[in-house]
Design a protein around this ligand. Structure first.
Ligand code: 2RA
Length: 356
């Protein structure tokens, strides 16, 4: 029989994009689909491929008979429920941070290390993790270059969208834009903060530590040792694990920008072998999930507003570093809710379906 697919977190920001992906997929290997959410959202109706499904409340029994269970929920929910799904016989594909760095849980980007979905020995706990959206947004491009030239050092700055912080992030950015619309702000220190406060948008109610409208905020995640943000350490640790380079030198600075959806990264990557822009362009051209948009003379490069909603990783501004040997600089944009989250999870699930 065709395998059964479950989606846990069907009503959240990433879950909603996942429904869109399920509805748009050309090949459809699945039989039954089960939508699962917290008891608060249970009972909602959502249409998947023409069939109206009722959202089920998360409980151990909902995983009985499920072959692949995709989790788009907070870390604590995944930590508790992915092992339950696995115990009940499903392979859990988890988009949270709960298992990403566990040695017996592979962290998979199909274009880079998709072989880890082929053999159960690679995921002995029945759990496969999906990387954080910031790491994922550059991985298709970086992985392709690594396979050709062997990555040695990576320096990145991220430009992360508000939706990385979930629906609260999206709602906050829209509310801030509405509150500042039509005002000539950004000319005096503190004028944006004052305008938001005057509109009743208290800073402490925001998922971001500073105003996002008319601003950029050099912070994403929680505070870790020595001043690093959790998001920056994720970029370092996850890149090492996905690429299989435990001693990869990585330094990241993560910045939130007033973009609704699509993360961007400025990447400075040093390789063991000499690289040229021409070779890099060829490699990007050969990677089906990468689209090169790189003609600055004609104002062509990827921007979030132009690529949001798309599946590929968009790459532009490819340059050979002037003062660093074997080094390329480039800019990537990737929809953080699609390839950065739901799409990658679904691609892993689809790869599993092919061998069930
Ligand atoms: C963010 N990468 O953008 C995170 C979400 N997982 O906040």
């Amino acid at each position: 029989a065709a395998p059964t697919l479950a989606l846990v977190g069907a009503t959240g920001a990433v879950g909603t994009v996942m429904i869109d992906i399920l509805n748009g997929r050309e090949n459809w290997p699945w039989g039954e689909v089960r939508l699962i959410a917290s008891p608060r959202s249970a009972g909602k109706k959502i249409t998947v491929r023409g069939e109206e499904l009722t959202v089920l409340a998360l409980a151990p029994e909902v995983f009985d008979g499920v072959d692949v269970a995709m989790f788009d929920v907070p870390d604590a929910v995944s930590a508790q429920w992915a092992p339950i799904a696995a115990e009940r016989g499903a392979v859990a594909v988890d988009n949270s941070g709960a298992f990403r760095m566990d040695d017996d849980v592979p962290l998979v980007v199909p274009e880079v290390n998709g072989d880890l979905t082929r053999d159960r020995l690679s995921y002995p706990r029945g759990i496969i993790a999906n990387p954080n959206c910031t790491t994922l947004s550059m991985m298709a491009a970086l992985g392709a270059l690594h396979h050709a030239f062997e990555l040695r050092e990576l320096v990145v700055a991220s430009y992360q969208a508000a939706s990385g912080a979930g629906q609260d992030g999206i709602d906050r950015l829209y509310a801030e834009y509405a509150a500042v619309a039509g005002q000539n702000l950004g000319t005096k220190a503190g004028d944006v903060r004052a305008a938001l406060a005057a509109a009743g948008l208290a800073q402490e109610d925001s998922p971001f530590p500073a105003p996002l409208a008319f601003n950029v905020v050099p912070w994403a995640g929680s505070l870790k040792e020595d001043g690093w943000a959790s998001e920056e350490l994720k970029v370092r640790n996850e890149s090492r694990k996905i690429l299989g380079i435990p001693d990869l030198k990585v330094s990241a600075t993560c910045v939130r920008v007033p973009v609704v959806t699509t993360h961007s990264l400025a990447v400075h990557a040093t390789f063991a072998s000499p690289v040229t822009v021409e070779e890099a362009r060829k490699i990007f051209g050969a990677q089906p999930s990468v689209v090169l948009v790189d003609d600055p003379a004609n104002g062509e490069f990827p921007t979030p507003a132009d690529v949001v909603g798309g599946d590929p990783t968009y790459v532009g501004r490819v340059r050979q570093a002037l003062d660093f040997p074997n080094t390329l600089d480039f800019f990537v944009c990737g929809d953080n809710l699609r390839k950065g989250a739901a799409l990658n999870t679904y691609e892993v699930a689809e790869a599993l379906a092919a061998r069930l």
